[in-house]
Ligand binder design. Structure first.
Ligand SMILES: Nc1ncnc2c1ncn2[C@@H]1O[C@H](COP(=O)(O)OP(=O)(O)OP(=O)(O)O)[C@@H](O)[C@H]1O
Ligand SMILES: [Mg+2]
Length: 448
């Protein structure tokens, strides 16, 4: 199952926003509670002050003492602003300040004792409280706006934070193994990204060294192989000219010569398979000559078995390929066709963007067919004399995958095998065919 991965930027944005919003909300709630407590304290202090001076005034000027209201058994001290009649229930309230609701309005009632009676005084802070509530609401709205701003800020900030990482990722992605210039860590400001770039450069340097060693090893191998192979081939040529050698031995000699050629090819194949960068090295190649050249070492074997070779390919046809890759593929396919065909023909055609190789050989059974591209797989019955390893088609498949050439195989026991190898046409052909089209239209126009 694929794990869902979120972008670093999204993660940083989310975490940063969540933390900041949480802090903002906590702060706003804290300020609100503190302000409410302070407001209550402030009101109480205000009332206490006022009541003290009021009682003092009444003591000094008894004339000013309001009349007794039997309804609430006390004296109501009205100021100019508040004209609220108190309910009888205030009788039960203790001395001190109380917050009560009269006619849906929240008021403060201060109760003090005066000459064996009670003095009630009403304070209406509703306008002030309304204002206070408005301020608190503005604070909350401000918190909301700041939260949104935080998300926007976090997104921008995380962009700056991960920009360098993303830049490094892009640089690494565009990096080719063969490229000699290392990543430019100078252009990064963050120490961590620089360390990452340096670590990558170091890794790349070691990889480069490893590849160099491998290249050296493979070229040494192919070089060291060349000397004994040349010796074998020269000996074959010399022996071939020896009159004392019988024709049967000559056939054997040619076999040795071909084996030496095959060995050379195998070395080249191994060299090529290890190169990733060779995938880009493609160009137009003349298909008929490649087929003919690759067929050359097998001509004797096929002629000896009286197997006809038919090349039914347009002589003007060019394919856009890596030449040595195609040679390795073809030599393996031709080797198979030559080896597993005892009579009849081997035919080469180019149709529907694919090279078709058809033989009238022994064929492959349907249960073996899905496995022929596997390494070391050989379909039954295999003759000991074939000396195959079951590697040919697996090499073919690997190269085809490397160049994204589709390969299909169809076979019937006793009938033969047909292989279709998709090869892209070179632009040369397209241009040539366009020319033909133009000349044809021109011709038809003149004809009209
Ligand atoms: N043209 C063909 N006709 C009949 N059988 C084939 C043909 N091509 C391949 N095969 C079968 O597929 C098997 C795998 O082929 P492959 O080329 O991978 O190995 P090989 O020819 O046995 O050995 P190698 O190519 O390594 O020398 C062969 O053993 C053979 O049985
Ligand atoms: Mg083979």
């Amino acid at each position: 199952m694929m794990r869902t991965r979120y972008s670093l930027r999204l993660k940083v944005t989310l975490v940063f926003s969540a933390l900041t919003i949480l802090l903002l909300v906590f702060q706003a709630l804290g300020v609100k509670t503190l302000a409410e407590v302070q407001e209550e304290k402030f009101i109480s202090a205000l009332i206490a002050d006022d009541m003290r001076s009021l009682i003092q005034d009444y003591h000094m000027n008894p004339k000013r003492v309001p009349p007794l209201d039997p309804h609430i058994s006390g004296r109501v001290s009205q100021d100019d602003r508040t004209h609220i009649s108190l309910p009888a229930s205030v009788k039960d309230l203790s001395i001190g300040t109380h917050e009560i609701i009269v006619n849906g309005q929240e008021i403060h009632v201060a109760i003090a004792s005066f000459n064996h009676t009670r003095i009630y005084r009403i304070y209406d802070f509703s306008a002030y409280e309304k204002h206070f509530k408005k301020t608190i609401n503005a604070l909350m709205a401000g918190t909301g706006v700041f939260s949104l701003l935080t998300v926007w800020l976090a997104f921008g900030l995380s962009g700056i934070l991960v920009r360098q990482v993303a830049g490094l990722a892009r640089q690494v992605k565009a990096f080719r193994l063969g490229a000699s210039t290392p990543l430019n860590s100078e252009k990064y400001d963050e120490a961590e990204v620089v360390a990452l770039a340096d670590a990558f450069n170091e890794y790349h340097r070691r990889m480069g060294q490893m590849i160099e060693r491998e290249k050296e090893f493979t070229s040494n191998v192919s070089h060291e192989f060349r000397t004994p192979l040349t010796a074998i081939k020269t000996s074959c040529e010399l022996l071939d000219q020896d009159l004392a050698i019988t024709s049967k031995s000559k056939l054997r000699l040619r076999q040795i010569d071909r084996a030496a050629n095959n060995m050379n090819e195998l070395v080249n194949a191994l060299l090529l398979l290890g190169r990733e960068e060779s995938s880009t090295d493609v160009g137009p190649a003349h298909l008929t000559s490649i087929v003919k050249n690759t067929l050359d070492p097998y001509a004797d074997i096929l002629a000896a078995k009286e197997v006809a070779v038919i090349i039914d390919i347009d002589n003007q046809l060019y394919v856009n390929v890596n030449r040595s890759a195609l040679v390795i593929i073809l030599s393996n396919l031709i080797d198979n066709a030559a080896r597993y065909t005892e009579h009849g023909r081997v035919r080469f055609t180019y149709q529907d963007g694919a090279l078709w190789i058809e033989d009238t050989g022994c064929g492959i059974s349907s249960h073996a067919l899905p496995h022929v591209f596997e390494r070391f797989y050989r379909a039954e019955p295999v003759r000991i004399a074939d000396h195959g390893f079951g590697m040919g088609l697996s090499i073919v498949k690997k190269i085809c995958d490397q160049y994204q050439w589709a390969i299909k195989i169809r076979s019937e026991v006793g009938q033969g095998t047909c292989i279709a190898l998709q090869l892209p046409l070179a632009e040369k052909n397209l241009m040539a065919s366009q020319k033909i089209d133009i000349s044809l239209t021109q011709a038809s126009q003149t004809h009209d």
